[in-house]
Design a protein. Sequence first.
Length: 99
Amino acid sequence: MSIKSVTTEKQQRTARYARAMGHPVRMYVLELLSNQSCCYSGDLSDELPIAKSTLSQHLKELKDAGLIQGEIESPRIRYCLHPENWKEAQTLFKGFLGI
């Protein structure tokens, strides 16, 4: 028996979003993006006291989970929330928490 056979798709998606949100830097990025339309990776690296490579790893995790999307505007990348997945994550967490 595998974990996937006893958990629902909804539980799996909720856990994936939670895992992606499980670091304070990622929470900072999500909060920043929820308060403005988009931002550039260079602007984020100016704001956060972490290496660009570390920031890149955090952005990749959020992107892989589908919470953000990035568009290349050479030489920078513009990041925004992924609207459908962000709304789904909010709905899943509200349902899980009974809010």
